[in-house]
Ligand binder design. Structure first.
Ligand SMILES: [Zn+2]
Length: 161
């Protein structure tokens, strides 16, 4: 992506690291970071679905944390970085929380394509782009220079064993 700064890439690398932590803990490899308008990291999380609650996505946790902790102005000024594009649930939560920009590494449509290649059933939720769910959110991605690492984790988690 052309519009990305070194700071953006730094936060995206942390998302990839969090995705790796999730995978190591038996969760799915997704990680996300919330950064305030002043550049401070406010909150970070990774996927936590291994207990059976498939809604435990980091982007939903971020939207809920932000809604509870930040003023509307602070939410609008914040950026959410994430290793995989928000699903429709998380994009909706982001939109309802009126958070700012999103930067993702790998698109949801790409994960859907990989799942199909690996012979998996489609995800129970449609792989809508963020902009179809929350049209006013500025979105940047995919980020090719980090995508290989994320897709390799997808393959370890979802690919043929
Ligand atoms: Zn999600």
């Amino acid at each position: 992506m052309s519009g990305l700064t070194d700071t953006d890439l730094h936060h995206l690398r942390r998302c990839v690291e969090l995705a790796g932590l999730a995978l190591a803990e038996g969760d799915e490899p997704f990680g996300s970071v919330l950064v305030g308008g002043d550049g401070q990291v406010l909150f970070e999380d990774h996927n936590r679905v291994k207990g059976g609650d498939a809604t435990r996505h980091p982007e939903l946790a971020i939207a809920q944390w932000a809604a509870a902790q930040l003023s509307p102005g602070a939410r609008a000024a914040a950026t959410v970085y994430t290793s995989g594009e928000h699903c429709a649930m998380c994009a909706a939560a982001h939109g309802w929380a009126e958070l700012g920009r999103i930067v993702y590494v790998v698109a949801g449509a790409r994960l859907a394509e990989l799942r199909e290649q690996w012979g998996l059933a489609p995800s129970p939720v449609a792989a809508l782009p963020i902009t179809a769910v929350a049209p006013r959110v500025p979105v940047e991605g995919p980020v090719p220079q980090l995508a290989g690492e994320v897709e390799a984790m997808y393959e370890r988690c979802f690919g043929p064993q």
